[in-house]
Design a protein around this ligand. Sequence first.
Ligand SMILES: [Zn+2]
Length: 439
Amino acid sequence: MTGANFLFEADGKKILIDCGLTQGLKVADDINWEVFPYDPKGIDILFVTHSHVDHVGRIPKLIAEGFRGKIYSTRPTRALSLPMLEDTAGILSKNTDLGLDKIYTAENIQLAFSLWQDFDYHQKITITPALEVSLLNAGHILGSAMVEFVYNGKKILFTGDLGNSPSPILPDTEKVTDIDYLVMESVYGDRNHESRNERRKFLEETIEDNYKRKGTLVIPTFSLERSQELLFELNTLVEGNRIPPMPIFFDSPLAIRLTEIFKQFKNYLNENAQKAMRSDKYLFDFPGLHSTLKSEESKMIGNVPNPKIVIAGSGMSTGGRIVHHERHFLPDANNTILLTGYQAVGSPGRLIQEGIKTVHISGEDVTVRAHVVTILGYSGHKDSDGLLNFVADTQDSLKKVFVVMGEPKSSMFLVQKLRDNLGIDASAPEQGSSVSFVC
Ligand SMILES: [Zn+2]
């Protein structure tokens, strides 16, 4: 995932949209530590679209290099960003070779939050008399927003990441209209997902198959949003007696902490989830669910008799508690590994998905005999058709679309699709390039 970081200048103001970490095979890819192509001291405002690390992960670096402007986001984004940044700092501050221990400090994180103000969706934020900003619901993760600038009557929209609506728990991405210039993500610009009904059915079947084999179902998952979506789906399956009773371990301290924040921001969930919450107070909690905070508890899971389910991070099996579960469970043909999210090229998760028989996980070779199942429908991003439909809603007013935040193949495919299907002027600008237009 490429770290999002855009600079928007209007009316003498320098405004950033997101300040994320690029997350490839290594957590600390060198590209993250290059100097910013602007002076952080001269930035007035940083808008944060959402709390994924590829959108917030370099905020401590921005602070370390002198940024003292304002940080603006929605309320849930501010709340979720704290555990996300603390978790990132916990990993990166161990890297003294690159001097990251001096950047990812508690002081820098604290300073960032002292500059951070939160807003409701649609609240008008006046920057100058000619420049006004609103945060619109992107439907990607809890609190995720698109940033809409209105400058002298012209609208420029940065999408951040766009949700794969309908989500089990979030409201749909807002329709946008009258946009003049659009800067949009393209993570799934060249692919379509399975539908929502198929994904829940597929999840149910995978759980049942694993139950019949008396195995352990291992689900590597991203801590933010995917974990809570899965808990919601499992809650529905358990409470509806759709799957046989069995222990389900939620084995990620970060995901457990984030789930508590989801409970605080119930009114940001979709109507369906809010309705479910009225009849079932504990939407992310159900019989058989064990949240294991302590590492001793995590290590005991291997001794619990099958069948059972283990949900743990990280989502691409590059670190976290999933690593010891995979070493333990992957060699057994009765077990299942279920992949529900994007797996970066070369990551252990991607290699397992592609059918590798021996995978190198955290310094150890592990034989894969377990069943490997992928459900793509749980992606948090709009697919290719979803992105096209999003643009189509505002195609009449659009002067230009800038396609960003995807692998080149994906961005170029979407550019071509926008040109061919909608007749829109679209391009995929290279990293570091800039564009000016007169408003
Ligand atoms: Zn995201």
